[in-house]
Ligand binder design. Sequence first.
Ligand SMILES: [Zn+2]
Length: 113
Amino acid sequence: MEEDWESYVAIWTSLDICMYCERIMKEQPKRGKAPLTRTKDHIIPKSLGGDLSRYNKLHCCYACNHNKGNLTLKEWREKLLVSDFPDKELIISNIERIAHCSNIFYKPLLNTP
Ligand SMILES: [Zn+2]
């Protein structure tokens, strides 16, 4: 599967859909954060050496971003497998696709589920 990372991200961003759970996102409420608030995830967490390049950023909802926390995609996938997080099968399949694209265009190894 050969996919261009920028066009892949652009499509999802234009649809305003979370790239992990595919739910439609919403504006941030006046106070706090709702589960579907738009956020940017750093695919490789900054705390683990992930950079600020566009290849390491991804459009996703607050609920997914918060659940992923400072985990790599591989670690998050493992966490989801034993959790009851909503739509986890869909999220896991998207994690695998994102990791595949990220490995081509960004950093291999760290991200591979
Ligand atoms: Zn989400």
